[in-house]
Design a protein around this ligand. Sequence first.
Ligand code: SAH
Length: 213
Amino acid sequence: MIDTYKHKGQRLKLVSELRQKGIADETVLTAIEKIPRHLFMDSSLEIHAYKDQAMPISSGQTISQPYTVAFQTQLLNVQKNDKILEVGTGSGYQTAILCELGAKVYTIERQKELFDKTQILLKKMGYIINGFYGDGYLGLPTYGPFDKILITAGAPYIPEQLILQLKVNGLLVAPIGNTNVQIMTVLKKITESNTEIKEHGSFIFVPMLKGKA
Ligand code: SAH
């Protein structure tokens, strides 16, 4: 769990790269500057940790590209004490970003091996989260409703269960599409029965799959 001056310098460079690519939310950039992304990856890949690239983690999954993490987090417009549901804990890097922004984070992962590993890591790093091994398509009905919901895997559609677990005025951010490409989608819940949808360009995520593994 070593974070050196070299890593810190690499993070500053990454932050300026993200700023150039259009990320303007300073709270998000500060969180990226602070969090040692290399600790969320296998040590053999550490030299790539501060490139703006997705990288493999265990169970055939990926840690999302820093730009994608920043872009999704910016769209989520996180406020202190927001109650947020994250679908797809993966490496836990995005989870840590949400914690740094002062959110109360509930996160679900369907891969048992990844779930176990990430719970231990986040705890060791001092992040207090509510982690669940389960299927994100179902959300967490007993813990909702949430101010915000973030899906970090490519979903074929927005699961109705998740819209039900969103507060009125809440936001859901999710990449929606087929397995090749998804459109970053922001759903705002206007009333209990009305939603408004905006789209924000193409991304590529690993697929959101049903059930547990
Ligand atoms: N935010 C993570 C993204 C990891 S990739 C990071 O940056 O590390 C997406 C993750 O979503 C994978 O770990 C995958 O196992 C998980 N996932 C896919 N379908 C899911 C589902 N239905 N419920 C919960 N997690 C799911």
